[in-house]
Design a binder for this molecule. Structure first.
Ligand code: ADP
Ligand code: ZN
Length: 614
């Protein structure tokens, strides 16, 4: 089909079923690729809109799309969300009886289902029974990182999914994941037997999540800050990550004692207990969960407004993944991390005792550098995942409270020229020694005293160079090759600076103040549902939210499945009063217009009448 016609049809489907007007970055590219019958690996951050990448092709094609998903709860929530949008979807899984599963499969055969969600083991056991008459439009493998042993969530059943391509050679296969880990990414296409799949890699930036780190606050002061933080965000959902099971329980108890409705969640609880806590959170019955890292994997809840790390996480991968659970709906969300020397001690001990101690210690060090950053934290985070950003984010605590800036171009050129002239065969210490003209034997033996850069940076102390090299790393000018004896490499962005095609700003080196001497005032400001209070009719928003909750309870679906926070905020701003106005709103498709317009517009009209001066 002609591309522009196909795009028109795709946009029509996007509006009709989801109420959206535009595609997110890369969505259309993926959709049109898959519609040509080709395989794809899709890497997008959480909230990037992966689901639509297979749901839209499923709706545009004859037959049924098969979606492989590892987590039962997630599967059911996705099916609920699709049905709420008027899309015929179903799930086959071990929670249903064989008879139920059979009748669903028969429905698929009869052509009544557009998307079938299925667990890998169920799919593999069904496969032989599925004749080739079954019209499969595409196969989507969600959470595809589960196939990799490198990943954090390896599932052996996933490795057998390569048979899918053999079984259905002409059906496009797409693998989707939000994992930012390079080793895992590389594994996916290979393991699935779709070596020719095109890779779609979107930016991993989550600009709507603000980043903040609070240093050297512990014990009661930390608890008080966390309690204040929550109290200033009434009605918002959030997750507090703690280091241990015990910590989750004490944190929840202490918050409860302060009148905050919080519950603990950890791997030591029974399956039933954990499911109950997760359901309560998803259904907006409990706003705050104190959890170990085990929490959050299996949930799609789009209105998690904040994530607090009560302690520093053990790696940037973990941190990124955990903060990513906030703000999936694209509305402003907050990530607040507490970091103290005590965390470093505990985590270093864990790292040393782990199987791959050196790797884990290195990862921990990168996390610590992030915590102690004096440059834009988002740039550090993204450069860790190999994305270079040349501007500051203006949505992190460093950007809000910036240290004094100096032009770092000359200094970084000196350092990078030393790195280049040693053919990228040296680590941080040696680079500094070269720059400062050291007489160390190792340096002289390598002949580095004959380099033109030898001694050009004498005027700067060792400590300062160390700090500036760290900034260069954080800003994405250089990279540490952990698998090559920690040698420094120059990135493409670094080369631009080295050859005078770009400039770079440093934050001026200041000696670290002793712990506790910084201001203790939290830099957080009150927010309402992630938006500034003046932009939204807050009283109306509150009423719409209550209505959403009532509808969700009555129909046994999560509130965010009725409408996301973002849609409610748009509604509270636009105040539609007729079916026609309601139907054109962002995020309101045909099915939801028909089902909900009366209830929501009547609350809006009531509010307008109340506000009218008499
Ligand atoms: P992911 O699976 O990548 O985490 P989702 O597919 O769950 O992301 O999408 C995240 C949120 O963004 C959902 O609420 C979804 O409805 C919304 N969304 C997806 N695509 C669009 C779009 N093109 N326009 C507006 N909202 C979108
Ligand atoms: Zn920033």
């Amino acid at each position: 089909m002609e591309q522009s016609r196909l795009k028109q049809q795709a946009l029509a489907v996007l509006k009709r079923f989801y109420g959206y007007d535009h595609f997110y970055p890369l969505q259309w590219q993926v959709i049109s690729h898959v519609m040509q019958g080709r395989d794809a690996v899709v890497l997008m951050p959480t909230g990037g809109g992966k689901s639509l990448c297979y749901q839209i092709p499923a709706l545009l094609s004859p037959g049924c799309a098969i979606v492989v998903s590892p987590l039962l709860a997630l599967m059911n929530d996705q099916v609920d969300a699709l049905r709420a949008n008027g899309v015929p979807a179903a799930a086959v899984n071990s929670q249903q009886t064989d008879t139920q599963n059979r009748s669903i499969i028969e429905n698929v055969f009869a052509g009544n289902i557009k998307l079938l969600y299925i667990s890998p083991e169920k799919l593999l056991s069904e496969l032989d029974m599925w004749s080739h008459e079954m019209k499969i439009s595409l196969i989507a493998i969600d959470e595809a990182h589960c196939i990799s042993q490198w990943g954090h969530d390896f599932r052996p059943e996933y490795t057998r999914l390569s048979v899918l391509k053999e079984h259905f050679p002409s059906v496009p296969v797409m693998a989707l994941t939000a994992t930012a880990d390079r080793l895992t990414r590389d594994d996916i296409a290979r393991q699935l037997g779709i070596a020719d799949a095109r890779l779609f890699l979107s930016s991993f930036d989550r600009p709507n999540i603000s980043l903040q780190v609070r240093k050297n606050i512990s014990g009661r002061a930390k608890l008080k800050e966390i309690a204040n933080f929550i109290a200033r965000r009434p009605g918002q959902s959030g997750i507090i990550y703690c280091l241990s099971r015990k910590n989750t329980e004490t944190m929840a108890q202490r918050l409860q004692a302060l009148g905050i409705h919080a519950m603990a969640y950890h791997a030591g609880m029974s399956n039933n207990e954990r499911n109950a806590v997760q359901r309560a959170f998803i259904n907006d019955e409990v706003p705050v969960i104190c959890a170990t890292i085990a929490f959050g994997m299996g949930i799609d809840k789009s209105n998690v407004r904040w994530v607090v790390h009560s302690n520093m996480p053990k790696s940037m991968e973990c941190y990124y993944q955990e903060i990513g659970r906030a703000g999936r709906d694209g509305m402003p969300a907050e990530a607040l991390m507490f970091y103290s020397l005590g965390d470093m001690v505990t985590l270093s001990k864990f790292a040393r005792e782990s199987g791959q101690s050196q790797t884990n210690i290195d990862k921990l060090r990168r996390m610590q550098q992030y915590a102690e950053a004096t440059v834009c934290r988002r740039r550090i985070l993204l450069s860790y995942f190999n994305e270079s950003y040349e501007t500051d984010c203006h949505n992190c605590d460093v950007c809000h409270n910036p240290p004094e800036r100096i032009d770092g171009t000359k200094l970084s050129q000196m350092a990078m020229s030393a790195i280049a002239r040693t053919h990228e065969q040296v680590g941080t210490m040696m680079v500094i020694d070269i720059l400062r003209g050291s007489h160390k034997a190792e340096l002289l033996m390598a002949g580095y005293d004959r380099l033109p850069t030898y001694g050009v940076g004498r005027h700067i102390t060792f400590g300062e160079w160390n700090a500036y090299l760290l900034q260069m790393l954080q800003l994405g000018l250089i990279d540490v090759m952990y698998d090559e004896a920690n040698h420094l490499h120059i990135t493409p962005y670094g080369k631009d600076v080295l050859f005078g095609r770009a400039t770079v700003m440093f934050s001026k080196y200041v000696k670290q103040l002793p712990a506790g001497s910084q201001s203790k005032k939290p830099a957080v400001r009150p927010v309402f549902a992630g938006q500034h209070t003046d932009e939204v009719d807050t009283a109306l928003f509150e009423k719409l939210r209550n209505l959403r909750l009532a509808i969700a309870r009555a129909s046994h679906i999560p509130p965010y499945t009725v409408f996301s926070d973002k849609v409610l905020a748009v509604m509270a701003r636009e105040k539609p009063t007729t079916q026609a106005e309601f139907g054109t709103l962002y995020g309101v498709g045909e099915a939801k217009t028909a089902r909900y317009w009366r209830a929501f517009t009547s609350v809006i009209k009531q509010q307008i009448n109340q506000n009218r001066p008499r």
